[in-house]
Write a protein that binds this ligand. Structure first.
Ligand SMILES: [Zn+2]
Length: 333
């Protein structure tokens, strides 16, 4: 399978390529989603924030050992036909009947994975099983975030069909890593109940797909101001030459993209909190706080309050409260 093969190569090179949002953004959006939950639910997620943030990248790590994992992270619109993201059935069984399971496993099926995870998280909440709740909440957050990435909706997922190879990690990793300090990480959003979650996750994919032309065209536009040697960096890794975009190019490309990456990051966090909340409501709003003893102390409650305040002032980074940056300390390599 094309991506699993590429992924192995990427691993050999010590780089996480084609993995969905880079680790930085996955961790960031899972953390931001916690603040957007209503109080009751927020306390439980906050008490387990470290787990939720750390394991936001677990589905990507699973790709190393599980061959069935890769197509869960994307959906290539083109092989499914014209305007497929607007026409595909919302339910897995109907999709299998229409396209076959083999095709779905070949061209990706992230929206169906999200709906499957939603059922699992709802069941875990209904059963009050803390470990399962956290496990599925972290996974669900990952797949929802991936569904927002434009290059996760196309066969030309790395720009390889338009002579722009390397575009995948440029857009989803390098640019946000360079620009995160300039991003707005706050948004006025309170998790809301999704009456039609299928529609919501498909809209996320559609939104990403509609951005594709810009993602591809702007790379060409910005390239006009660069030469091969200012645009690319060549390195020898394990006896092979690898090519990646220079930081100067990534900055110029990030600037040309405007708020696109920041917007998709915020949209990911919004929908993650909406899905977590919807699962909780569907599970009958169980009391989960009994599972979060850490928050019973006044100190932890105070900590949560000041963190939410920092979030609202867009000062998570400034106050060193963004876990992704603390854990990572720079580029993901
Ligand atoms: Zn992924």
């Amino acid at each position: 399978m094309k991506r699993s093969l590429l992924f192995s190569v990427a691993l050999l090179c010590g780089l996480f390529l084609l993995s969905g949002w880079g680790f930085l953004v996955h961790r960031t959006v899972n953390q931001l989603a916690v603040y957007q939950l209503p109080k009751d639910l927020r306390q439980f997620f906050y008490a387990n924030k470290e787990y939720i943030v750390r394991n936001s990248v677990r589905p990507d790590e699973r790709r190393n050992s599980d061959k069935t994992e890769a197509p869960k992270h994307f959906i290539d619109a083109e092989p499914y036909g014209d305007s497929s993201l607007w026409k595909m059935p919302y339910h897995w069984e109907a999709a299998v009947a229409k396209y076959t399971k083999d095709s779905l496993e070949k061209y990706g099926y992230v929206p169906y994975v999200v709906m499957n995870m939603k059922v699992k998280l709802t069941n875990a909440m209904r059963a009050g099983n803390k470990d399962s709740i956290l496990f599925y909440a972290a996974d669900l957050g990952h797949y929802i975030a991936d569904a927002h990435v434009p290059l996760h909706t196309t066969e030309n997922y790395d720009g390889q069909l338009s002579n722009q190879r390397g575009l995948h990690s440029l857009w989803e990793s390098t640019v946000p890593e360079l620009e995160l300090t300039n991003y707005n990480l706050y948004q006025r959003h309170r998790a809301r109940y999704l009456k039609n979650p299928e529609e919501s996750i498909w809209n996320a994919c559609r939104g990403g797909f509609q951005l594709l032309d810009g993602v591809l065209n702007l790379e060409k536009e910005v390239s006009k101001n660069f030469t091969d040697s200012t645009k690319y960096r060549y390195q020898m890794r394990n006896g092979r030459q690898s090519r990646s975009y220079t930081s100067a190019f990534a900055r110029a490309y990030g600037k040309a993209l405007g708020t696109t990456v920041n917007d998709r990051l915020l949209a990911s966090a919004r929908l993650i909190s909406d899905f977590w909340y919807t699962c909780w409501v569907d599970a009958g709003k169980p009391k989960l706080n009994a599972n979060a003893p850490a928050l019973k102390t006044a100190e932890r409650k105070k900590e949560l309050r000041s963190e939410v305040k920092a979030f609202k002032q867009n000062e998570l980074l400034k106050q060193d409260l963004l876990m992704a940056r603390k854990q990572q300390g720079g580029r993901e390599e």
